[in-house]
Design a protein around this ligand. Structure first.
Ligand code: ADP
Ligand code: MG
Length: 366
């Protein structure tokens, strides 16, 4: 089911007399989710992710704008008639019911023509349980399951109604690191198998990058960028997006453009064309530094320490123009022979270096 958001806006009026400003939690969202895709809504806490999701589910009414499922305008249709499956951070299972009863719960209240027989409900529950690989645990209570398994029950419960779209709000946040990884792969598999159009909300960039067909990066209720995860990483539109994606994070420096070349401090990094002279923020991805033998080494940093991580090596360095206390450069372990003493000279990969306006963080292309 294709989903379309048109000028979708949600304003929460200020309840506090002193704090006059209303909160624009979702500010003029316009995008289309193609049928069968998984879209990640990504941004820091408070940027409006849950609000956007709840507008899609029908739990919240928009201040303005429209929502379409396929060609149907569902904006005024209440949540229970939208055909959405919802999964939240806290699994919200009924503790006194078995897994089977939890999964069939949304089917129980159907009336009239829609009413299902006990056998049919059981069959549907078993099918949903199989999808999330819980078919052997149907008679357990939630307390007898791990967090990951409980979240899979919640997903099965959302899927049993065969929803038109599936909405997941930080579904992995309550799980420990290993289960989080496992369950996220599980969600991806289930989504691929069912082909249900899915919106996945998270503040965790790595999670969003690994699971999504496309990500929507948000800040203060405003969409910053929508694209495939790799495209957003490789081609961020502004400093906020560049900083929000990537571990270790991008390294930022005060720099300037002077006489057609890019500088950090006294060091000239490379020539640019078509950009006027000005102060800028220079941001370099950790993998943008290089120690290859035949690279021109032109960027000198203080060497703090070297952290070996198997195939790659993380060089922790310092620079007086760096916005944070340390720089992290990820280089090939084979090139470590070039590092000794208290400084390290790097080459730079030009396509891993971004330049941004000092005032507003907009990207300057060169
Ligand atoms: P996220 O899920 O990205 O953390 P939310 O969508 O929950 O963000 O919130 C976005 C903004 O809207 C926040 O500033 C939050 O305080 C505000 N907000 C959310 N729900 C309400 C509400 N019911 N009433 C007033 N303000 C709200
Ligand atoms: Mg939220």
């Amino acid at each position: 089911m294709k989903v379309t958001l048109k000028n979708l806006t949600k304003i929460f009026p200020s309840r506090n007399k002193k704090q006059k400003a209303d909160v624009i939690a979702v500010n003029d969202f316009n995008f289309e989710i193609p049928d069968g895709e998984l879209i990640g809504l990504l941004g820091p806490s408070g940027c409006g992710k849950s609000t956007a999701l709840n507008l899609l589910s029908g739990l919240l009414k928009p201040t303005s704008g429209r929502i379409y499922f396929g060609e149907d305008d569902v904006t005024d249709i209440p949540a229970e008639h939208r055909g959405v499956g919802l999964v939240f951070q806290n699994y919200a299972l009924y503790p006194h019911l078995t897994v089977r009863q939890n999964i069939t719960f949304p089917l129980e209240n159907r009336k009239g023509k829609e009413k299902l027989s006990k056998e049919k409900m059981n069959e549907m529950a078993e099918e949903a349980a199989k999808l999330v690989q819980l078919e052997n645990l149907l008679d357990r209570k939630p307390s007898e399951l791990s967090g990951g398994q409980q979240q899979r029950v919640a997903i099965a419960r959302a899927l049993v109604k065969q929803p038109r779209i599936l909405l997941l709000d930080e579904p992995l946040s309550n799980l420990d690191a290993r289960l989080r990884l496992q369950t996220r792969e599980e969600i991806r598999r289930i989504q691929r198998q069912t082909k249900v159009t899915t919106v996945f909300v998270t503040h965790d960039q790595e999670e969003a990058m690994s699971i999504s067909d496309k990500i929507v990066v948000m800040k203060d209720g405003i969409i910053q960028q929508i694209d495939k995860p790799q495209s957003v990483y490789d081609d961020p539109v502004n400093l906020f997006v560049a900083k929000f994606l990537g571990t270790p994070p991008i390294n930022c420096f005060d720099g300037c453009i002077k006489d057609g070349s890019l500088y950090i401090g006294e060091e000239k990094l490379f020539a640019l064309s078509g950009v006027e002279d000005k102060e800028v923020t220079v941001a370099i991805r950790p993998e943008g530094f290089s120690l290859d033998e035949d690279d021109e080494k032109l960027f000198t940093c203080g060497l703090e320490r070297i952290e070996v991580m198997g195939r790659d090596v993380s060089i922790v360095a310092t620079h007086e123009r760096c916005a944070s206390s340390v720089i992290r450069a990820i280089v090939d372990a084979d090139n470590l022979a070039f590092v000794n003493g208290s400084t390290v000279k790097f080459g730079l990969k030009r396509h891993k270096v971004f330049i941004f306006e000092k005032e507003n963080g907009e990207r300057i292309r060169f």
